[in-house]
Write a protein that binds this ligand. Structure first.
Ligand code: DGL
Length: 281
């Protein structure tokens, strides 16, 4: 299976885009809703929680895990790839380890920044994300590896995730917080012509973000980019692709109450039959 992990519900927006592009694959989604949000948490905690989640997905038969969560991608991906993948492969896929191969964990930051250099004309890019992602400096680092000339400005939007989680993304109250952050980042750098929505939840605020961004500013959500990047990755790695189930199934795991997950999942992936199982990490 393809595992998709998020701290909560937001990764469902990424899963939706992946399934739109590759409906034939089997997916296992895990939301660590009991411990969300990850945004304000420290490196150590995000790493530990993410590792537990990745292990849970590997132990249930995932060959590849997408960290749909930007905070987890920023704070845990590198360390897991470097320190834990070999051990996890030996434990959950010994036949792969015997061939000198590993299970895979992929994040969302590198695929997102890869196309940015072609989108910005002014070479000034803004990143809207959780406090954790902004503090990590990961977007700036990865953008500068590919595009050293681009000026990157980060803006934490701490109220945006709670607005979405509490179904307030369409409410008049959300306008205040969206306006404040969008206008704030454009005041810091008025030359920005491209704004990356570097958080799973922000696409749900798109209507309001567009409302407060000037017409010439391009808003870049991640779902499509991640889906296309995964599709390309599997084409480049047929040895991984051939081990993936292709029955069009999706199963959902949460660390919180399944009923609550079910209700919120319908916001992110409407019209989908969601079967939810509660697990403990
Ligand atoms: N999934 C997180 C992200 O994309 C947002 C929610 C959280 O803070 O846990 O950064």
């Amino acid at each position: 299976m393809i595992g998709v992990f998020d701290s909560g519900y937001g990764g469902l927006s990424v899963l939706r885009q992946i399934r739109n592009l590759m409906p034939e694959y089997d997916y296992l989604y895990l939301g660590d809703n009991a411990r969300a949000p990850y945004g304000p948490r420290s490196f150590d905690v995000v790493y530990r929680y993410t590792l537990e989640a990745v292990e849970a997905l590997f132990s249930r038969g995932c060959e590849i895990v997408i960290l749909a969560c930007n905070t987890a991608s920023a704070k845990a991906l590198r360390t897991i790839q470097r320190n834990d993948l070999e051990r996890l492969t030996a434990q959950y896929a010994p036949e792969l380890a015997d061939q000198g191969r590993t299970l895979r964990v992929l994040g969302v930051i590198i695929p997102t920044v890869e196309g940015i250099g072609d989108l910005t004309t002014s070479r000034h890019v803004g990143v809207l994300a959780t406090q954790g992602t902004i503090n990590s400096g990961s977007y700036e680092l990865e953008i500068h590896k590919l595009w050293p000339d681009i000026v990157v400005t980060g803006q934490a939007c701490p109220m945006w995730v709670p607005l979405v989680e509490n179904c307030e993304f369409d409410s008049p109250g959300a306008d205040y917080f969206v306006k404040k952050r969008v206008e704030g980042i454009l005041r810091t750098d008025p030359a920005i012509d491209t704004l990356i929505l570097a958080c799973t939840h922000y696409p749900l605020l798109m209507n309001k973000i567009v409302k407060y961004a000037p017409a010439g500013v391009r808003i870049v959500p991640q779902g499509d980019i991640i889906a296309q990047a995964l599709c390309d990755y599997l084409q480049r790695h047929p040895e991984i692709d051939e081990r993936l189930g292709k029955n069009g199934h999706a199963h959902f795991l949460t660390t919180e109450e399944p009923t609550k997950f079910y209700e919120s999942a319908t916001i992110f992936i409407p019209h989908t039959n969601v079967e939810v199982e509660q697990i403990q990490l």
